[in-house]
Design a protein around this ligand. Structure first.
Ligand code: SAM
Length: 233
């Protein structure tokens, strides 16, 4: 029996032009596309890929509860994996659309764990929000022997502080309602003046500005903070 292939497709950070040629070819050829979305919300990855999707493609929407417990999230991924598995068993390739890169803080990892050892699997890397943000800000993130640390803003304050102390450059993801904490940590480390805030990079809603100029208390989930290397380093 020849099964279909599980294809993890990075669709980039938002601009439908920031897909690779390979991602484009794979998602247009796949009879089935799948994506993960917060329950009741459109899938961001599907929105990014929408201009490229051929008519008549089957779609699998894996709906995640809003603030899922690990058990509820597991149940949603189990259920989604079995629907994808059913298509793969019928010999149909399933292209899983993933915002940015599939394996950088992406839910594709959940599907890879469940299906990757059972079905032929391929991942097409995508442009990440981190590198797209550096491009939008026209800022070298790291050069020569610099270290670059990627941190989720969801970490406790002390963990953020100690990681940021040990790196020359950083990207802080999942800022959203953790903005206050991030600001406080950067201020304490004297990094606030260097920090650049980037929201919805590569979309029409993109905002790029010094973090000190952000007046909101909380910001959208699709935002990050870059701490580029210091010019004195
Ligand atoms: C779950 S992670 C997914 C990262 C994604 N797989 C990637 O490779 O860029 C989501 C976080 O990435 C960042 N992010 C993703 N897309 C973004 C965008 N278009 N603009 C700014 N930040 C973005 C935000 O910090 C967001 O909270």
């Amino acid at each position: 029996v020849i099964t279909g292939r599980l294809l993890g497709i990075g669709v980039g950070p938002g601009d439908p032009e920031l897909l690779t040629l390979k991602a484009l070819r794979y998602l247009q050829a796949a009879p089935v596309v799948a994506y993960v979305a917060a329950q009741g919300q459109p899938s961001i990855a599907r929105q990014i890929a929408a201009p490229h999707l051929p008519p008549g493609q089957r779609e699998i929407n894996i709906a995640l509860p809003m603030h899922p417990s690990p058990e509820l999230a597991d149940a949603a991924y189990d259920e989604g994996s079995s629907r994808i598995g059913a298509e793969l068993e019928r010999g149909r390739d399933v292209a899983v659309l993933c915002e940015g890169d599939p394996l950088l803080y992406g839910s594709f990892s959940q599907l890879l764990t469940r299906l990757g050892s059972v079905y032929p699997t391929e991942v097409v890397s995508g442009i990440t929000a981190v590198t797209a943000a550096a491009a939008a800000a026209l800022l070298p993130l790291a050069i020569r022997t610099d270290t670059l640390t990627i941190l989720p803003a969801t970490l406790p304050m002390e963990a953020l502080r100690s990681r940021l102390r040990q790196t020359q450059a950083a990207a802080i993801l999942k800022v959203g309602r953790h903005l206050g904490k991030v600001r406080q940590v950067l201020d304490a480390l004297d990094l606030l003046d260097r920090a650049i805030y980037v929201e919805q990079v590569s979309t029409a809603e993109q905002r790029v500005m010094p973090l000190v100029d952000v007046t909101e208390v909380t910001v959208p989930y699709f935002s990050l903070v870059l701490i580029p290397r210091g010019s004195d380093q």
